[in-house]
Ligand binder design. Structure first.
Ligand code: ADP
Length: 317
């Protein structure tokens, strides 16, 4: 696959094919048991979904971002789209579906921070092969396609197929890890799992840098051109050609690692597209992930290009 020459004067054009959800977070003293009704302390609504989070992250990192996704016909749909637009994400290729609810995650969190989560894909399950085909011109004009696995597999595979046809770089964040691997799923320029996903995909233990290095090689053998395995406070493993490198995390006081992986992925896509230097892009993405881990919330924790550059600069000295 030949990636295009990406160093033009324009901001990198990133298309995100993925999920858009509303997250309803309910705080309670303890998680309810089956059949139990209890009073909770509070409820809040946040715009989320891995696709939307990564789109926001890429936009804040300086990308010209388009969202290829789906919402329903409920009140959440308008809020979800407005939120993406507010972050500068183009939603012309996000479709609205009548008679369907927008994607929804119901997250109960107890006093000790334990959670239980129900995800209703809703309109995300309407992102079909033909919706992706309808966005062919968008894909053709993109520098990079970012994909996760919260939309139907046929949309993912069609995105990869079209991107490959036009020489568009593909980054796959394989979350949630698939129960079955279709070989063409891994024919991407970069796969970017966390430790759990890397372990699920390779059937190998991934609990430390040594194991992650072995898993990264295995993912490359399965078809991914480059591999990045994110390892929380340890940083990230990069496998490129025959070289495997641990890029240590930037030390921070982590308070909430929600969306750290999404912040990492969005920043990585933009910086890699801008510089064509993957090692440099992982360093930059480590800074984005560390900032997100040091702040509360999901999209609210994602840093801007300026903030990421400042943090990266301090720690590269
Ligand atoms: P996910 O959220 O997908 O499970 P990780 O927890 O591996 O992903 O985090 C993604 C990236 O965010 C890491 O590779 C690292 O760069 C950064 N990060 C996450 N947690 C921390 C932390 N506690 N300290 C510093 N950086 C972190």
């Amino acid at each position: 696959m030949n990636a295009k020459t990406l160093n033009g004067p324009h901001a990198p054009r990133i298309t995100v094919l993925g999920s858009i959800n509303m997250d309803l977070v309910v705080r309670c003293t303890e998680l309810p048991l089956a059949g139990q009704t209890l009073l909770a302390q509070s409820s809040s609504e946040f715009c989320g979904g891995k696709g939307a989070n990564q789109a926001v992250a890429a936009a804040l990192s300086g990308g010209e971002v388009s969202m290829l996704g789906a919402v329903g016909d409920d009140a959440f749909a308008t809020r979800l789209i407005n939120n993406l637009r507010m972050h500068g994400v183009n939603c012309d290729s996000t479709t609205q579906h009548d008679g369907v609810a927008s994607g929804l995650a119901i997250i109960a969190v107890d006093l000790s921070g334990q959670n239980s989560i129900m995800v209703v894909p809703g309109a995300n399950s309407k992102l079909s092969k033909s919706s992706v085909q309808a966005a062919e011109t968008l894909l053709k004009g993109s520098d990079c396609l970012m994909i996760q696995l919260e939309t139907p597999i046929e949309s993912v595979l069609e995105g990869i197929r079209l991107a490959r046809r036009y020489g568009v770089r593909v980054i796959l964040d394989p979350a949630p890890a698939p129960s079955e691997i279709v070989p063409s799923l891994l024919q991407v320029d970069l796969i970017c799992p966390n430790e759990t996903e890397a372990s699920d995909l390779t059937q190998m233990p991934v609990t430390n840098a040594k194991e992650a290095k072995a898993a990264a090689k295995q993912l490359q053998d399965l078809g991914a051109k480059n591999v990045v395995i994110t390892m929380g406070s340890e940083g990230a493993i990069l496998r490129q050609g025959d070289t495997t490198t641990l890029i240590p995390a930037i030390p921070v006081d982590a308070i909430d690692t929600t969306a750290a992986g999404d912040a990492f992925a969005g920043a990585l896509a933009v910086r890699w597209s801008q510089t064509n230097n993957l090692l440099n892009a992982v360093r930059y993405a480590n800074a984005a992930g560390a900032i997100a881990a040091s702040r509360a919330g999901a999209q609210t924790s994602i840093a801007t290009q300026k903030e990421i550059e400042a943090t990266n600069e301090i720690h590269s000295k």
